[in-house]
Write a protein that binds this ligand. Sequence first.
Ligand code: CP
Length: 316
Amino acid sequence: LRHLLTMEGLPRDLILRLLDRAEGLAQATSGAEKKVALLNGRTVVNLFFEASTRTRTTFELAAKRLSADVINLQIAASSTSKGETLLDTLKTMEAMQADMFVVRHEASGAAHFFAEHAAPGVAILNAGDGRHAHPTQGLLDLYTIRAHAPKARSAGFGALSVAIVGDVLHSRVARSDIHGLRTLGCVDIRVVAPPPLIPAGIESMGVRVFHDLERGLDGVDVVILLRLQKERMLGAFLPSLAEFHADFGLTRERFRQLKPDAIVMHPGPINRGVEIEGELAYGERSLILQQVTHGIAVRMAVMAEILGSPAAEVLS
Ligand code: CP
């Protein structure tokens, strides 16, 4: 693996190796000493052109726990505000001998642009580009499902029913989750939303479309809620939040009708009282905060896979 830009086409063996490696790294860094020396002397640069809480900070923590040096370029205070281009920003940071760039950008394809222009040996990790892809979120969601959905452990991903609910149209997380779930053998993937929030042709990704939440949630093992991305709806369809909650929000009543061992996930940030009733967010069977924690180990595994030596050397 040279760069991580998308979940699409990522081989099953590689995904499973990353999830296993993340488990090992989570274990190895779970004590008082949270660091391993895998990336000693390496430099990781976080370039976040779009807001982030979870992804940016867990990438930073992951790099530090691998003993790398980390730079968080403050985009608003950087020379991009004077008109410096993406390419010149990349080349300038490469001149400081950076080994890896973690890139988030509102434009789909931004991470690919960086990868095309990166110097040999410099790695690009996509931390979310427009509506396109958020591969480390996809991986951490697979990790969370494997760790917490009883059927995933006992019978594998092929036995799971997964419902992805909400603003699928604008969601890079939905796309990355669908690619990853399909690669691991999941055959019952449902996307559930009002028609304007479902991308045209999404059935070609191997999912079934539901416009009725009760039917979409019937018998599922995993519910992945998505945020209504109001910032990407400028001038387009913007549902009333109250109506969306009434028709597509996870309410206490709907939660009670889920299977007893069904798990609830959300990549965050959440719109409380819209996608999910506030008191359910951190309640029973919600894994929203565990997803954040798992993001550290998964991002460590990705960085170690690309820049580090084999896990066995570290963990033995
Ligand atoms: N899940 C996610 O990408 O969250 P942030 O926008 O806070 O990074």
